[in-house]
Design a binder for this molecule. Structure first.
Ligand code: ADE
Ligand code: ZN
Length: 355
């Protein structure tokens, strides 16, 4: 279905273009070739009908029916993560790949409940991820933020307990934001109003986001904005169903964190060309492009950028706009935004005569 060529210079440009990633589940970076060794290292018995080899598992990952079918595998994968070192190894492998792909800033989700419900301490999870984030800052010059997600298929009371256990990290900024993920239907955002207001009581500076409008319709996006007071929407592709909402997202500069390859793998769309990216651009609805769960969906951030190019054939100028929208929507300082934007301009000037 590729309509446009992504030639060598264009690939190089997309690689060197400084990118910000805002929708990346650290647990979703668990590659099969790490999953099996970790299961062995930690003596975890995988279900009897679970694929037995890396190849078989990768093959199964090509056939997800929908979000829930994927989540069933994702949560089995989570079970092999036990020690702080496992969480560190997982995140460090991701940051290394993200750096190779030209990522300058990364805001990473994690799901504490998928670990604490197995008896793992939240400190084990957060400290492993924090150590890897710090190393990415020191060795790769990346800026990073951790976003704690609540699982919406669990009761909000469980979410409140999780928030309580994370108080220290929410207060000291180790966790920058609250998010909401897992099965979207039938768990609308308003079920979690108490959790979203609770984190703001703990630290008014915390940022808020939520998955909405991936399998749920545009009303999920509206209730996330109105009831949870989020300032960013994860996925949000179904916002296109409501022109008034589109106007609102544009005027309030609410960024959508779009995940092209994920949308195809989970059958939200048949092909990346169906994602209304040009409509979002025309309506000035800001969005960033992200990999979501790259180990499960067949590609990291650069793969997503390249696939989008083969479907949309954007000019360098449009790519610069998309990259700068991602910078603007990032939860980083003004100075860091200027730094990344200057590097985007430099990359543009380098490639303009070549592409
Ligand atoms: N958890 C991990 N990836 C997810 C996604 N794309 N949607 C909802 N929950 C998730
Ligand atoms: Zn997601």
């Amino acid at each position: 279905m590729a309509k446009y060529e992504c030639n060598h210079h264009m690939k190089q440009f997309l690689n060197e273009l400084p990118k910000c990633e805002h929708h990346l589940h650290l647990e979703g970076t668990l590659e099969p070739n790490l999953l099996f060794p970790l299961a062995k290292r930690n003596n975890i018995k995988l279900p009897s009908n679970f694929p037995k080899t890396v190849e078989e598992l990768n093959e199964r990952y090509k056939q997800f029916k929908d979000l829930q079918d994927f989540l069933d595998y994702y949560y089995i994968g989570c079970n092999v993560l036990i020690n702080e070192e496992d969480f560190f190894d997982l995140a460090w492998a991701y940051f290394t790949k993200a750096h190779q792909d030209g990522t300058w800033h990364s805001e990473t989700f994690f799901d504490p409940q998928s670990h604490t419900e197995r008896g793992i301490k939240i400190e084990t999870v957060v400290n492993g991820f924090k150590r890897a984030s710090l190393k990415a800052q020191q060795e790769y010059g990346m800026s990073t933020n951790l976003i704690m997600c609540l699982l919406r298929h669990l009761p909000s009371n469980d979410g409140l307990k999780t928030i309580d256990s994370a108080t220290e990290f929410l207060k000291d900024g180790s966790i920058k934001a609250l998010g909401l993920d897992s099965a979207e239907k039938p768990f609308p955002p308003e079920l979690f109003i108490n959790c979203y207001s609770k984190v703001k009581e703990i630290n008014p500076d915390l940022e808020l986001t939520a998955h909405a409008g991936e399998e749920g319709d545009s009303n999920y996006v509206i209730t996330a904005l109105d009831e949870l007071k989020v300032t960013r929407i994860d996925h949000g592709v179904n916002s296109i169903q409501d022109p008034k909402l589109m106007e609102r997202l544009a005027s309030e500069k609410t960024m959508l964190t779009i995940c092209p390859l994920s949308n195809v793998k989970l059958n939200v769309v048949k092909d990346v060309s169906e994602i209304p990216l040009n409509e979002f651009l025309d309506a000035q609805v800001p969005f960033s492009l992200n990999s979501d769960d790259p180990a499960y969906f067949g590609g990291y951030i650069l793969d997503n950028y390249i696939t989008v190019h083969t479907r949309f054939g954007w000019s360098l100028e449009t790519w610069v706009k998309v990259a700068k929208n991602g910078v603007e929507g990032s939860w980083i300082s003004k100075e860091r935004k200027i730094e990344i934007n200057n590097a985007i301009d430099e990359t543009y000037n380098k490639f303009k005569p070549l592409v």
